[in-house]
Write a protein that binds this ligand. Structure first.
Ligand code: M6R
Length: 360
């Protein structure tokens, strides 16, 4: 049932290339345009802003999408669903509210979706489960097609969520601005290559060799900017949830505004780079190294400046920076998996956690 893998989590990490194939299958035309059956050209005409509602890993996928939309000039905000359910932001009929939920059954996300529905927003569920409550209750639904995910830790669904949202975003930007985004062609061709690139990350990763050295540290900090920021947050969430190691993810610039006080030689720092804004994140790497922290850099393989500035280098294949975060995240999934494995944790069913959280 686990296909020869010790854990569902490792199986599902390895399934990402095929999951991504399914996610994008038929959704990009030969001449490089988005082709979403559910959302033909013009489907998003009139949208003035986008709200994302989600929890945990799905929230990190939403933060990633928020960044892509803002880069393309569209107002966007990724809210944690639990907050939005009680203190929602104002919406109008031109607000597109996207509930991002693997299971489609997360109580906080459903409560926030109901609030958006009741206040007249246009709602869309982006989910893995056909027939789920979110898919039924939102005005529209789009499926990420990742296939069933058994491990409590979300892995392949994150990658498929980000890829699906990237497609929606290119469609939406073309509709709202009347022309495809400047990066549209490059991003769509990067998405088509993504299954192969993820395959290469998994095949070539040296993450398992780090696990012994870093398991049992006082704390683990993850930093990044732009799309690398949600990936840093996701890396920390994954590590804490399956290894029970203390881990926190920060936007790289925020570290010096408080968390830096915690940085010592016993707190490894994982710095995530996408190929955009890297120089500033390198400054932050210097700040933590001068406090003695070992630094693990996750970056595109050509980033010699990163490789030279860090203690350990986890490379990902070159691609468009908007897609690079998905590759970096796969490295972080593997880091978490191997650290949890060294510590002999209950990887597929971590203590206190459930796959689907059906209470608010
Ligand atoms: O099913 P959902 O995507 O709505 O679940 C949301 C979170 O509970 C979920 O992503 C959780 O954070 C993951 N299990 C973490 O790996």
């Amino acid at each position: 049932e686990r296909g020869g893998y010790d854990h569902y989590m490792l199986k599902e990490i390895n399934e990402q290339p095929e999951a991504l194939e399914r996610t994008i299958n038929g959704r990009i035309t030969d001449d490089g345009r988005v082709d979403l059956e559910e959302f033909p050209a013009g489907a998003f005409d009139g949208v003035s802003e986008v709200h994302f509602l989600s929890c945990g890993t799905s929230h990190h996928a939403s933060m990633y999408a928020q960044q892509l939309l803002r880069d393309r000039g569209i107002p966007a905000h990724a809210f944690t669903a639990g907050e939005y359910a009680t203190t929602p932001a104002p919406v109008s009929e031109d607000t597109l509210v996207i509930a991002v939920t693997q299971s489609g059954e997360t109580a906080d996300t459903l409560a926030s979706l109901r609030s958006a529905n009741a206040r007249g927003a246009r709602t869309l569920a982006v989910t893995n489960v056909v027939g789920s409550t979110a898919a039924r209750e939102a005005d529209e639904a789009l499926f990420i097609r990742a296939g069933p995910e058994i491990g409590v830790a979300a892995t392949k669904t994150f990658s498929s969520q980000v890829a699906t949202l990237a497609l929606v975003i290119e469609r939406l930007v073309a509709d709202v601005t009347g022309t495809p985004s400047e990066d549209s062609e490059a991003v769509l061709s990067a998405l088509q290559e993504l299954p192969d690139l993820v395959n290469r990350v998994i095949r070539d990763s040296t993450a398992s060799s780090l696990a012994n050295r870093y398991a049992g540290s006082d704390g683990h900090f993850f930093i990044g900017r732009g799309v690398a920021y949600p990936v840093a947050r996701e890396g920390a969430l994954k590590l804490k949830e399956i290894s029970y190691e203390h881990a926190e993810g920060f936007s790289a610039g925020e570290l010096k505004h408080g968390p830096l006080a915690l940085v010592t030689s016993e707190t490894p720092v994982v710095a995530v780079f996408s190929g955009k804004h890297d120089r500033k994140t390198l400054n932050n790497v210097e700040e933590v190294r001068s406090r003695g922290a070992p630094v693990i850099g996750v970056a595109p393989e050509s980033a010699d400046n990163v490789a030279a500035a860090v203690d350990e280098f986890l490379a990902v294949p070159e691609t468009h920076p908007d897609v690079a975060g998905i590759l970096a995240n796969v490295q972080l999934q593997l880091v978490s998996y191997y650290v949890a494995n060294v510590l002999n944790r209950s990887i597929d069913k971590p203590r206190n956690l459930a796959k689907s959280v059906t209470v608010e």
